[in-house]
Design a binder for this molecule. Structure first.
Ligand code: PRP
Length: 210
């Protein structure tokens, strides 16, 4: 048997749905479910090896070819802009990027450059550039919703899933930017060298997405 295809999965939000998809295909994911502190986990009947990683690292590992495949959100793909192929929209992890402000506060209009807080400065810059609008961007690592509440920013660009976080903090969406969902990505060299195996895997994935 060939060496296993190595797939990097994003820990957290996307993890349950990704493992669910692999199990729907028919793979035994016991080792992934019972991982403990182990970081590289076998899925022997799929000839796969699973690496659980943070979203940004999924892209780094796939880009460098130490993982052949990856499952990661379109949000991270748009922000990191690496070199790899994006093969399948997996349909889960659905949410959207939106511009939000404190309820009732006017973001557009008035004088002066607006300040926008975000965990995603690239996406935010591209968005406002496409509107021909100059904004100051402040990068925040944690709960970006705090920035307008602390008067650090006029608005935020962030992921909205249920809208609960915004609502509970007195913020509201004023513009939807782009929808987001989980994607299957592949290293460009792996795609050439292991094309058949990857295509077979992709076919199974496509047959089993909801
Ligand atoms: C994201 C996002 C919002 C929240 C939105 O953070 O930054 O804070 O989810 O979800 P909602 O619309 O369902 O309330 P996440 O929980 O992923 O944490 P993070 O800070 O690790 O990105």
């Amino acid at each position: 048997m060939n060496k296993p295809l190595r797939i990097a999965l994003t820990k957290g939000r996307l993890e349950k749905d990704t493992v669910g998809l692999l199990e729907k295909i028919g793979y035994d994911c016991t080792a992934v479910r019972e991982k403990g502190r182990k970081l590289i986990l076998p899925v022997p009947d799929g000839n796969l090896e699973v690496v659980l990683a943070k979203a940004n690292d999924v892209i780094t590992y796939v880009e460098h070819g130490v993982c052949d495949l990856g499952v990661v959100g379109k949000d991270t793909i748009m922000e990191m802009q690496g070199t790899f192929f994006e093969l399948v929209d997996l349909g889960f992890g659905r949410c959207r990027f939106a511009l939000a402000t404190k309820k009732g506060s006017a973001f557009y209009g008035g004088y002066g450059v607006k300040t926008v807080a975000t965990k995603y400065p690239v996406i935010t810059r591209n968005y406002f550039e496409s509107k021909g609008m100059d904004v100051d961007i402040v990068k925040i690592e944690g709960s970006v919703e705090l920035a307008p509440l602390l008067e650090l920013a006029d608005g935020i660009v962030d992921i909205v899933e249920t809208g609960t976080t915004l609502k509970e903090n007195g913020l509201e969406v004023i513009e939807d930017i782009v929808p987001v969902s989980a994607r299957l990505i592949v290293n460009t060299v792996s795609m050439k060298l292991r094309q058949q195996e990857i295509e077979s895997f992709v076919e199974l994935v496509e047959m089993n997405i909801d």
